[in-house]
Design a binder for this molecule. Structure first.
Ligand code: ADP
Ligand code: MG
Length: 362
């Protein structure tokens, strides 16, 4: 298959998967949220706790899968910040070591003078983990895994050859001394569901996920391998000129403190809507609930007092060419906006709402 065909196939599969994944995310958010409330209501020692945990585990696994599908279709809600990739690698070191086991030696080379990139730290960690897992599978009898970061400038000729824009990048390398990759399968590596592993061992989603995250982050990825001598994956993320953000303000208010702010919630899914409503009302928030952007604007216009926070998903629109967030803020510039990243747990939701409201003070 030509690279163009592969790219097109990835786009199509990605769009389909992404569409389904969004719906599943809504359903899973509702399942997990209700499970959490249910388990909170069980008395200690209640034998039904095992069943509730079973539901939770299954829903969490489904959530992971859904996240992978969203990553592949490049439809994840990313939370990019200005990062030093050396810090991210250093922080992930213990986790990676745990994943690869102690048969494999882990070497990290993370220089301090690395230029900053703008990326979602959790997603970079996801890239590292997926690549490390593959490296582990490629070294069943042990070996060496190297994680390395470095500044690179991609010159025009080399960049063009790989179809990448020239420029300043940070390179993140994950290299192993494993079985290597057969040249015949090289071009299929990043296809969703491509795997050479036995059923139950491989899903074929690892590298497709990595590819999706890298692309959505504005980067690219290259592979080099020699059979029997190991493989090396190089991820390139563009250097950012943005200054790092100042440290986040401490969370305001304790758990026991009751909230009093007014929240406008826009959510088309009835289950998710009622869950969020429950969680926030329990904590004292006043809630205005809308099914869609049009209804939200109507509520915003009719409500005489302040609306402190708007909760919407990124797709929320108030018409053919206006997002709910823009339309509400045009009327009420003081309203904070929280883009909801589903699925979430009630506690995480409450924390995010608090943090979004607190950021308004600073
Ligand atoms: N480090 C590696 N060494 C050898 N083969 C690899 C490596 N990484 C990926 N592969 C090959 O690419 C395939 C796809 O990888 P991936 O998308 O992560 O799916 P999975 O690990 O579930 O098979 C693997 O089945 C394997 O054949
Ligand atoms: Mg894998």
């Amino acid at each position: 298959m030509h690279m163009d065909d592969t790219t097109r196939l990835l786009e199509t599969v990605g769009q389909m998967a992404g569409g389904i994944a969004h719906d599943f995310n809504d359903l899973l958010a509702a399942i997990l949220g209700h499970v959490e409330m249910l388990s909170g209501d069980l008395a200690p020692g209640d034998p039904r706790a095992a069943d509730v945990n079973g539901i939770r585990h299954a829903a969490e696994r489904a959530t992971t899968l859904t996240q992978q599908l969203l990553a592949i279709s490049r439809q994840q809600v990313l939370q990019p910040t200005v990062l030093n990739l050396s810090d991210v690698v250093d922080r992930a070191r213990r986790l990676v070591q745990r994943v690869i086991g102690d048969q494999i030696e882990l070497i990290t080379c993370t220089p301090r003078d690395l230029r900053p990139v703008k990326a979602d730290a959790d997603q970079v960690e996801q890239i590292l983990l997926n690549l490390a897992l593959n490296a582990r599978d490629a070294m069943p009898r042990g070996g060496r895994l190297t994680l390395q970061t470095r500044n690179v400038d991609i010159e025009d000729a080399a960049a063009q050859r790989q179809g990448n824009p020239p420029g300043a990048y940070v390179q993140l390398t994950v290299a192993d001394t494993g079985i290597g990759i057969d040249p015949a399968i090289r071009k299929h590596l990043f296809e969703p569901f491509f795997t050479t592993k036995e059923p139950g061992r491989g899903t074929g989603l690892g590298l497709a996920t990595v590819y999706g995250i890298v692309k959505q982050s504005g980067g690219h990825i290259a592979v080099e391998s020699e059979r029997g001598r190991g493989s090396r994956f190089d991820v390139y993320l563009p250097v950012t000129l943005e200054a790092p953000a100042v440290a986040e303000p401490p969370e305001r208010g304790s758990r026991a403190e009751r909230a009093s702010e007014t929240v406008l919630l826009v959510e088309d899914d009835v289950a998710v809507r009622s869950l969020i409503g429950d969680v926030l009302r329990r904590r004292g928030y006043r809630l205005l609930v809308a099914e869609d952007g049009v209804q939200a604007l109507k509520l915003a216009d009719e409500h005489a007092s302040p609306i402190h926070l708007l909760i919407t998903d990124v797709a929320g629109s108030a018409g053919p060419d206006a997002s709910v967030a823009d339309a509400v803020r045009a009327r009420r510039p003081e309203t904070r906006v929280l883009y909801l990243h589903k699925p979430f747990t009630p506690d995480a939701l409450a924390r995010k709402v608090r943090a979004a409201l607190a950021s308004h003070i600073w």
